[in-house]
Structure formats: C-alpha cells, structure tokens
Design a protein. Structure first.
Length: 87
C-alpha cells in the first residue's frame, strides 16, 4: 500500500543524506554511504541536479510521503535512517 505523495519540504535534504545510494552520482561514481551528504546537495539543502537528466533514477523516482518524511525535517532523517537500517 503506497501512501499519497506530499509536497517536498524545500531545504530538508534528508533523502540526500540519510540513505545509502548504490548508483553512480555525478561527482560520486561509487554512490554514497548512509549518512553521507550527497555532493550534489547545495548549502541550502537543495539538489543541484533536480530536473537534470544526469540525476540518478533512484533520486528521480523518490516521492515524499508522510510515512517516509514525517511532518518535520528531523522526523524525515529519523524515518529514512530507520528504513535504511531495516533494508
């Protein structure tokens, strides 16, 4: 059962830091480890590749949902970290 998508909280960045990403990211050819900040995340926690064809598919396919992102940035970090540890 998939929950309804919600608007992404600009400047959150939890989905670009908390999970591991095994696919290549421009500037990170081996992906990234869980808890590691993506090199493509700017100082405002916005993706520099958003809308760009070079953005990894796993990132483009991610949809913010209440069960994954919670209602605050802190909840998003906690929930995504928990999901990472379970998988």
């Amino acid at each position: 059962m998939k929950t309804a998508s919600m608007a992404c909280r600009l400047g959150c960045g939890a989905c670009c830091i908390a999970p591991s990403i095994s696919s290549a990211i421009p500037g990170m050819p081996n992906g990234k480890k869980a808890g590691e900040r993506c090199i493509q995340l700017d100082e405002r926690n916005l993706c520099k590749l958003f809308g760009d064809a070079s953005r990894p598919k796993v990132c483009s396919d991610f949809s913010a949902t209440l069960d994954v992102c919670g209602s605050t940035n802190a909840q998003a970090f906690t929930l995504i970290t928990e999901l990472e540890q379970m998988t």
